[in-house]
Design a protein around this ligand. Structure first.
Ligand SMILES: [Zn+2]
Length: 571
């Protein structure tokens, strides 16, 4: 095997080890080498042997050495990944029929709940598509259901979008153009394309199911117009009369069977107050809003595909431009909560603390938990413009996040359920330890040999075991005296490395450890563990939300400085 290939194996084995937390994955290294050097297929046995050698070599390295080795090839890996990402982005972000410089997309949230990671997919797709075509992206609040919507939700959505780093070229609200919608309704009525109907809901469902029109459909436009004005002026209570589209009662596409365009809704609207009591339905409102606001390409999730024909018919009846529609799959997250109803129920029952409960996948919860906006973007864009629904584990998001925080996170020692450990004959010393992987910053403590280690570590070391107390000393575990494990300074091969905190320099803290909130289809009441412990006193200098790694425990963020409460981001 030539030198070049051997170097390639070494490089990718090191990269792989870093990607997989120190444990290289053989088959993935294999795949990588074969994709780079397809000729190697004729030397599988030799390749296998060389990869084994490289892996063994890496397993013998300390984490520090591995990192040093990785840094040698760092820039190479980076540029390679960049090219790969750019290439795949080109393939993914396509709008058939669109022209560069002539594209406008929109993100269209209803302000009736908090944004979650599924919405973030729509945000970033619209944003990236607009960018790919040198186009514009709009923020459109689809707020035509007075009973569900509030300013609180508008604010929280905008806050989430700001935090995600998305900037819009225009912001507008459906409820600001209700008068226009009334005008379009009048045009349809006059043209015989819409009529007011006072059939009951049951009657109408029956007729629609049978594909038969009701008696109101053939009434005079003037009468419908009069009734429509009366609706607007507040004459009717809810549920008495609706405005229907003249569709196709016999169409196999049932959405075309004279759907309701507008109905009476008398609730208080957070933005328009009591100005309107007739509100449009999605089918009528959204295509018109997109058309009149200059949207060229609207992304809709799969369940709307069947409505495209109806949208086209409505716009054509009004002589309005028909935007291109692109169907894309929804991103569904396994064992989590996205339904507004479920959120409310769990909050009311006191099972979750609110919309930013650290177990949730709302944007505010993920932010609180220490997930970076960039990680959310990378995660959601992985699915591209696929039409196939994906049901994914949120751990994929945490993996993306880890790639970003690992190089910058400060490393601290934390011991869960602390147990005392005393090193006999230890000469008090000042200990300096590296603070992170990317700088020369250190944290230092005066240590006198009286320490704490975690209960888990204490239980796993037997008398006579030689362990490395990280960055401090090698010791041989002795007997337990009272509540303290005694040990002596030692030499020799260590079985493991464990973290510690000095009895002189620690802070009591708790770590909230969130898990997926749903287990076997039900809410898991044990999905948020509270782990008390001690953290080294450097923790007093940590800022809220700053990425930290408690070594051999996991990535955390400080959530409440007063209570010294951390939330675990991921392992
Ligand atoms: Zn009717």
């Amino acid at each position: 095997m030539d030198e070049g290939t051997l170097l390639l194996i070494r490089k990718y084995a090191i990269k792989n080890a870093m990607d997989y937390g120190g444990k290289p994955n053989k088959s993935s290294i294999f795949g990588k080498i074969l994709s780079k050097e397809p000729d190697m297929k004729s030397q599988m046995k030799e390749l296998n042997g060389e990869i084994d050698l490289a892996i063994n070599d890496i397993l013998g390295m300390s984490p520090e050495t591995l990192e040093q080795e990785y840094k040698k090839y760092d820039s190479e890996f980076e540029s390679e990944e960049k090219v790969k990402a750019e290439e795949s982005a080109k393939h993914k972000f396509e709008l058939p029929g669109a022209e560069k410089g002539k594209v406008a997309t929109r993100f269209a949230p209803e302000p009736s709940g908090y944004m979650h990671v599924g919405h973030a997919k729509a945000v970033f797709l619209n944003y990236e598509l607009a960018k790919a075509y040198d186009g514009k992206v709009f923020l459109y609040f689809d707020d035509t259901n007075p009973e569900n919507e509030s300013q609180e939700f508008v604010n929280s959505i905008k806050e989430s979008l700001d935090w995600l780093g998305v900037k819009f070229d225009k912001e507008y609200y459906a409820s600001d153009s209700i008068e226009k919608l009334y005008d379009y309704a009048r045009v349809l009525i006059k043209a015989g394309k819409a009529y007011t109907c006072s059939c009951s809901g049951e009657e109408m469902s029956k007729l629609r199911a049978e594909g038969k029109p009701c008696i109101h459909r053939t009434g005079k436009p003037d009468e419908s117009l009069k009734t429509f004005e009366e609706m607007i002026n507040g004459k009717y209570e809810e549920g008495i009369v609706t405005l229907r589209f003249v569709g196709e009662m016999e169409s196999l596409n049932t959405t075309l069977r004279d759907p309701v365009l507008m109905r009476v809704k008398k609730g208080y609207h957070y933005r328009q107050k009591e100005k309107y009591s007739v509100w449009p339905l999605y089918d009528f409102n959204t295509p018109i809003q997109d058309s009149i606001n200059g949207v060229t390409d609207s992304l809709r999730s799969k369940e709307y595909e069947i409505r495209n024909e109806l949208f086209d018919q409505i716009l054509n009846s009004l002589n309005l431009r028909v935007p291109r529609t692109h169907i894309q799959a929804r991103l569904k997250v396994k064992d989590n909560i996205t339904s507004k109803r479920e959120f409310r129920e769990l909050i009311n029952q006191g099972l979750i603390s609110g919309y930013s409960d650290p177990r949730l996948i709302t944007i505010s919860a993920l932010r609180r938990r220490g997930v970076l906006p960039e990680a959310i973007k990378n995660f959601v864009l992985r699915f591209g413009m696929s039409k196939t629904d994906s049901l994914v584990s949120i751990s994929m998001l945490f993996d993306e996040n880890k790639k970003l925080i690992d190089p910058i996170a400060k490393r601290l020692f934390y011991v869960e359920s602390p147990v005392k450990l005393k090193i006999n004959g230890f000469n008090p010393a000042e200990v300096k330890m590296k603070l992170d992987h990317s700088s020369d910053a250190v944290r230092d403590y005066q240590v006198d040999g009286n320490l704490y280690i975690s209960k888990k570590d204490a239980e796993s070391v037997k008398e006579g075991t030689i362990v490395r107390l990280k960055d401090l000393s090698i010791v041989k575990i002795g007997i337990k005296s009272g509540d303290t494990i005694m040990c002596d300074v030692a030499e020799g091969k260590t079985e493991r490395t464990i973290q510690w905190v000095s009895q002189e320099n620690f802070i009591g803290c708790t770590v909230l450890v969130p898990k997926d909130p749903i287990k076997d289809g039900k809410f898991d009441t044990k999905s948020l563990a509270v782990k008390p412990g001690f953290v080294e006193s450097y923790a007093a200098k940590i800022g809220k939300g700053e990425p930290i790694q408690f070594e051999r425990f996991g990535f955390v963020v400080l959530d409440d400085a007063k209570k010294m409460e951390f939330i675990m981001t991921s392992e």
